[in-house]
Design a protein around this ligand. Structure first.
Ligand code: KG4
Ligand code: ZN
Length: 384
């Protein structure tokens, strides 16, 4: 089966052509355009700018991977374009590009179109959904919606290969599993018996972890996305034994649930910076270390609680924040202590990508086809 995956939930425009054969898969083509440079100026992702960029990039990216992958196609001729124009009526950048593209005249031999329909920024999600629906209309290929967070779960057991086209086996983790999802927009722990349905075990009451990293970075005049820089500073402080001038709280660490709260931690950093105006660069790095330690301790305590409560056969982790080496190492130690395998994405798959969406979508039963789809900014993994 060949699946086209489309991801536009935040600031990456991504498309992927995936071939699945039983328990193996092959990437036929994949492209990601990151908008980070555009959003840097604003200190975060600006939804309407993200929408515009997705609208400009989807058509050329898909044309590129279709050409590169050499997927056979049949020539088609669309007489009346009114229906396509209706589907794309709110997509001012995408619509003209789509109508004048080779997508209108060539139908590739693919079996499924799958697209992220939430959670994420709704204007951004809509571009991907409208694009998928327009393709569905002209190519008459079934279309499926994928939860972005399910994509991050799946990314934890996808083997990475440098060489495009190689057939790679899936390693389905032992089930049931507990999954920790930590990204720029979400922080949650879920429990799954089948990797199809998910039970929400805990989530953040306010900021997501990535968001907290990014906000703290902004306070220190570090450009968006600040997570990687804060983490590099923290690592520097750790290796040079630099302590923080202030101690930060570990929010909700002692509560008897698996929920999180990071907004107080972020505010504590703000007050710390205000009170210690003359903080040296080294002391700031020490503060980053303290921040990363606080976040890590909370994550480990809550994940431990989830393992104690649900006794899973494996621990899965996904989301952009899991690029953080300190958090990765702490989770490796935790899984070892519990004697269960830890499935964690390869560094190249921690951020948003369309491969994880294509794989999640390719696993859906035919009955889940979903022609009418809308963007759901707050779509939860525990909803169908
Ligand atoms: O999953 P993702 O690519 O996008 C969302 O779906 O939100 O996650 C992006 C988030 C950003 O907040 C970024 O700062 C954070 O992941 N991040 C990190 C690191 N690398 C990326 N946070 C902490 N340490 C890192 N090394
Ligand atoms: Zn994400």
């Amino acid at each position: 089966m060949i699946t086209l995956g489309i991801e536009t939930s935040c600031d990456e425009t991504a498309v992927c052509l995936l071939e699945t054969q039983g328990d193996s898969y092959r990437v036929l083509g994949s492209a990601i355009h990151s908008q980070i440079d555009i959003h840097k100026e604003y200190g975060g992702v600006f939804p309407m700018l993200a929408k515009r960029e997705h609208g400009k990039k989807l058509v050329p990216l898909l044309e590129k991977i279709l050409t590169e992958s050499n997927i056979p196609y049949e020539n088609i001729s669309i007489g009346n374009t009114q229906e396509i124009q209706d589907i794309l009526s709110k997509e001012q950048d995408l619509c003209p590009l789509f109508l004048s593209s080779s997508l209108m005249t060539r139908k590739p031999c693919i079996d499924r179109i799958v697209v992220t329909h939430g959670p994420g920024l709704e204007p951004a999600l809509w571009v991907g959904i409208s694009f998928a629906r327009a393709l569905h209309k002209i190519w008459n290929i079934p279309i499926f919606g994928v939860n972005h967070m399910e994509g991050h779960v799946v990314s934890s057991f996808v083997h990475h290969s440098q060489s495009q086209g190689e057939l790679i086996p899936f390693t389905i983790p032992p089930l049931p599993a507990v999954a920790l999802l930590v990204s720029g927009g979400h922080t949650e722990i879920v429990y799954t018996k089948d990797l199809v349905t998910y039970e929400l075990v805990g989530k953040t009451k306010d900021d997501a972890i990535g968001e907290a990293f990014d906000k703290v970075a902004r306070m220190m005049n570090i450009p968006y996305p600040g997570g990687p820089v804060i983490s590099a500073y923290a690592e520097y402080a750790r290796t040079h034994a630099i302590e923080s001038p202030i101690t930060l709280p570990r929010p909700m660490i002692h509560t008897n649930d698996m929920n999180f709260s990071f907004s107080g931690l972020k505010t504590a950093v703000l007050y710390g910076l205000r009170e210690h105006e003359s903080m040296t660069d080294d002391e700031k790095k020490g503060l980053c270390r303290e921040f990363e330690d606080a976040v890590t301790e909370v994550i480990i305590t809550k994940t431990r609680k989830a393992l104690d409560t649900h006794n899973p056969a494996s621990l899965l982790v996904g989301g952009g924040v899991i690029a953080n080496t300190h958090i990765r190492t702490a989770l490796e130690t935790l899984a070892r202590e519990y004697g269960i395998p830890l499935h964690i994405p390869h560094m190249s798959l921690t951020g948003d990508n369309a491969l994880m969406i294509a794989i999640a979508g390719s696993r859906k039963p035919d009955t889940m086809e979903q022609e009418e789809m809308r963007a759901q900014g707050n779509l939860s993994l525990s909803e169908k």
